[in-house]
Design a binder for this molecule. Structure first.
Ligand SMILES: Nc1ncnc2c1ncn2[C@@H]1O[C@H](COP(=O)(O)OP(=O)(O)OP(=O)(O)O)[C@@H](O)[C@H]1O
Ligand SMILES: [Mg+2]
Length: 265
């Protein structure tokens, strides 16, 4: 069968999407990466004290965009689910709900709907593992930071922790918007991602300072994207590929500018 024009493009696009999805889903990871996520899972299990029957709520953030927060959140959640733990993954980067893009869904009802007071159950199966459920971000609200800092968010996380032994919360970067900082007070701990060849020391220091200022419980730092196979002199292609300035000029930039203006007033 020959494929022409439109059909060819459709199949090519689908193939690319499948490839992209497969690359980030736990079960398709290579052995070293799987082991790294298992180790992260174990470290997290031991770094938060037992909450007497209540689940552990863990946030994932980083200093700047594109360091692999959502990627880590999915794989960590998958690793927990695979070990038999009922796990809830919350797509709390409402400005850029990339978990939904990775999984290939676009639900309109989600975290933002619950936080503005809409009734209903927004939790859906992730489709990745029977033990892994997803609370999608929902429609992008105009004021994510304000919503995430409310009592409603606290109550929601409390409720989730009653039902799930592990709740993984995917958050935006700390140096760009306030979301992760405002929600950190409701979390049992937060993991900070740095990416090989991308994160600069200055940015990491700034992010840690901000998290410490709001008294977040920093569980540790994940060094993402290092390719062991390339030796210690490997400089990393990500830096070139994902120009760092380019990310700052992405959708987050507008918010960070607005925040700075607010701070200066
Ligand atoms: N260790 C890794 N190996 C391969 N690809 C990765 C790795 N970490 C992240 N990526 C890819 O890099 C891109 C950015 O990752 P991701 O979306 O997880 O970053 P993020 O920090 O959540 O970004 P944002 O701040 O925009 O939400 C994605 O295409 C993801 O699949
Ligand atoms: Mg993300």
């Amino acid at each position: 069968m020959k494929l022409f024009g439109k059909e060819m493009n459709f199949f090519k696009k689908k193939q690319e999407e499948d490839k992209k999805r497969a690359a980030v889903l736990g079960r398709f990871l290579d052995f070293a990466s799987k082991e790294a996520y298992n180790l992260l899972r174990t470290n997290i299990l031991f770094s938060i004290a037992d909450k007497q029957g209540k689940g552990k709520v863990i946030g994932i953030t980083s200093s700047i965009p594109h360091e692999g927060k959502s990627y880590t959140a999915i794989n960590l959640a998958y690793s927990l689910a695979k070990e038999g733990h009922k796990t809830l993954l919350i797509s709390a980067d409402m400005r850029k709900p990339s978990i939904e893009n990775t999984i290939g869904i676009k639900p309109k009802f989600g975290l933002s709907s619950i936080l503005v007071g809409e009734e209903g159950d927004a939790v859906i199966p992730s489709g990745l593992h029977d033990n892994l459920m997803l609370l999608p971000a929902g429609i992008i609200p105009p004021n994510p930071s304000e919503l995430l800092g409310t009592e409603r968010m606290k109550d929601l996380l409390d409720k989730c922790a009653e039902e799930y032994p592990y709740v993984i919360v995917d958050l935006p970067p700390v140096n760009v918007v306030a979301d992760a900082l405002v929600v950190s007070k409701f979390l049992d701990g937060i993991v900070v991602i740095v990416r090989h060849g991308m994160t600069r020391r200055k940015e990491l220091v700034e992010a840690i300072k901000k998290l410490k200022y709001v008294q977040a419980h920093i569980l540790g730092i994940v060094y993402n994207g290092y390719n062991h196979g390339r030796g210690k002199n490997y400089k990393g292609s990500y830096y070139k590929k994902y120009g760092y300035k380019k990310h700052y000029s992405s959708y987050y930039y507008k918010d960070s500018k607005e925040n700075k203006n607010k701070e200066n007033k």
